[in-house]
Design a binder for this molecule. Structure first.
Ligand SMILES: [Zn+2]
Length: 227
């Protein structure tokens, strides 16, 4: 059995948005005989999973979600040929699944590989000129029974602010794929990495959030288990 680490390292002083991460010594070896630390960071730091509480006030909080949702059959789909400001549609996902020989009806978790994770930590990683997994593509996966949709990008869809004059900064429709959280019970994982290191398209996924009471998201250690 082989385990592939799909999470970025969490490292002060900043997360992927530039928000502060602090890890500081609380007790130290010299005065207490042991070391422990205090940690401060956002719930969307690094590789993280979001439940539909993120966009839906009545949605499932991350600690209320059944653990079985975060463990199971998974597929990684190669969309690395999609470069720049392009859409990733259900047709693209269907083609990638066909090439990989994966039956999406049999998987709980779908990870979309773009290899943008290789730009992690650079300004380009945050650029809006990146692929956009369409709302239609998300719905197509959800209707196949997929519960968790992950990508090795900052966000699965493109920010509509700036490109659509009708969209305001506070408008949830800036993030149309996230808005599906008002319609379906599913999860999004953002900022995955090492999807190129998963040696076969069909594998077992394990990735649990922390049991943060009432939270809408949590950093996670996502792992591909290769039998
Ligand atoms: Zn998100």
């Amino acid at each position: 059995m082989k385990l592939v680490d799909l999470s970025h390292k969490i490292k002060p002083p900043h997360d992927q948005f530039g928000s502060t991460i602090i890890v500081e010594g609380d007790q130290c070896y010299d005065t207490s005989g042991y070391y422990s630390s205090k940690i401060y960071m956002g719930s969307h730091t690094g590789t993280h999973i979001e439940s539909n509480r993120h966009f839906n006030r009545d949605g499932v909080a991350i600690d209320e979600a059944p653990l079985s949702d975060f463990y199971g059959n998974a597929a990684v789909l190669d969309l690395t040929h999609k470069k720049g400001r392009v859409d990733i549609t259900s047709k693209d996902l269907e083609e990638a699944a066909g090439k990989a020989g994966v039956d999406l009806e049999k998987v709980k978790v779908v990870l979309v590989r773009t290899d943008l994770s290789k730009l992690w930590g650079t300004p380009e990683y945050k650029s809006n000129d990146r692929p956009n997994i369409t709302v239609e593509a998300h719905e197509w996966l959800i209707n196949k029974g997929v519960k968790v949709i992950g990508a090795d990008m900052l966000v699965p869809e493109r920010d509509r602010l700036g490109s659509d004059p009708s969209v305001k900064p506070s408008d949830p429709e800036r993030w149309p794929a996230h808005c599906l959280m008002n319609k379906y019970d599913f999860y999004l994982i953002e900022n995955l990495t090492n999807l190129d290191k998963i040696p076969k398209p069909f594998f077992t996924f394990i990735g649990f959030p922390l049991s943060l009471a009432g939270a809408e998201a949590s950093p996670m250690r996502a792992v591909a288990v290769i039998e």
